[in-house]
Design a protein around this ligand. Structure first.
Ligand code: BV8
Length: 249
């Protein structure tokens, strides 16, 4: 049976689905990924230079500017066919009485703008910024650059991006939810992620323990590709709309 048909069959009868997405899902919206192709963020900088608390302490202006640029880029981009198809897959599964958990490593909010609900932003969000003094988190949707970098807060501190930097822990509740849902799922999908960043990359081990069918969607092979029941060498923008039609169309 063709790979698409086999995956559509499994998805149609699924009872509990967990999806982990990475930067690749937003690539077709024009948002650069982190690794791989030369236009990736980290082809110019190393993550340690910008995505750590130490980097922000060392050069708050540079780090805050980079994240504000990424915030403006995310606000200017549109969800792509993969985002919309994933939202429709979630709706179809919920209508079937199945559970659906979307864990995203992305901070660009494109899943939400495509109609996905209850999105778990395990690495935070680029529109949310947190006061360094009071830890109050505020959201910024104005498509204009901040007047200064970093932006002073009304609470006597400055705003840092409300994202999870390297060396910072993910939220306990997000980790507990991810582990619990993966240990209980019958389908686990990893879409558009290079399987490099932990602990997200480790979630598949819980799904395998649960005996789930595991599916990877990525035009490139990853270090985890051989661990998946199905590893699809296609883009999310191509494969997800086909998968929705084959499973629920
Ligand atoms: C932590 C937010 C502990 C900021 C990000 C082992 C166990 C635990 C931790 C570690 C460990 N080993 C190392 C660590 C430390 C570290 C880590 O994983 N380092 C890596 C580099 C080895 N992890 C951490 O620090 C984590 N914290 O462990 O804390 C702790 C506990 C208690 C107390 C203190 C500390 C925190 C990790 C989170 C870091 N923050 N983002 C920001 O966005 O700037 S990570 C960042 O990478 C993004 O979130 C990004 O999404 C994520 C993963 O990258 P990908 O999404 O996979 O993107 P990438 O570009 O790599 O790949 C894109 C893929 O898409 C490619 O495969 C490509 O082929 C594919 N693609 C391209 N086009 C398409 C496509 N796919 C489909 N369709 C397409 N069209």
């Amino acid at each position: 049976m063709e790979q698409l048909d086999a995956i559509a069959q499994v998805l149609r009868h699924a009872k509990s689905v967990v999806v982990l997405t990475g930067a690749g899902v937003s690539a077709e919206s024009g948002i650069p990924t982190f690794r791989g192709a030369m236009e990736g963020h980290w082809s110019k900088y190393s993550p340690q230079e910008l995505a750590t608390p130490e980097a922000f302490a060392r050069d708050p202006q540079r780090v805050a500017q980079w994240y504000d640029e990424r915030r403006l880029k995310a606000l200017a981009c549109q969800p792509n066919a993969g985002h919309f198809a994933l939202a429709k897959i979630q709706e179809a599964l919920l209508n079937n009485g199945a559970s659906f958990t979307l864990l995203t490593q992305n901070v660009d909010q494109l899943h939400q703008r495509a109609g996905s609900t209850d999105v778990v932003e395990i690495h935070g969000s680029i529109v949310k910024w947190r006061c360094t003094k009071t830890h109050t988190s505020d959201e910024f949707y104005d498509p204009e650059p901040f007047e200064t970098h970093p932006l002073p807060t009304p609470y006597g501190g400055v705003y840092r991006p409300d994202v999870v930097w390297f060396g910072e822990p993910l939220k306990t509740e997000d980790l507990a939810l991810a582990k619990g849902m993966c240990l209980d799922c019958d389908v686990y999908m990893a879409i558009g992620t290079s399987a490099v960043v932990y602990p997200a990359t480790g979630f598949i081990s819980y799904a395998i323990d649960a005996g789930a069918t595991t599916i990877e969607i990525n035009p490139a092979e990853t270090i985890l590709s051989s661990e998946f029941s199905h590893s699809v060498r296609e883009t999310s923008g191509d494969f997800l709309p086909e998968l929705y039609e084959a499973a629920f169309g």
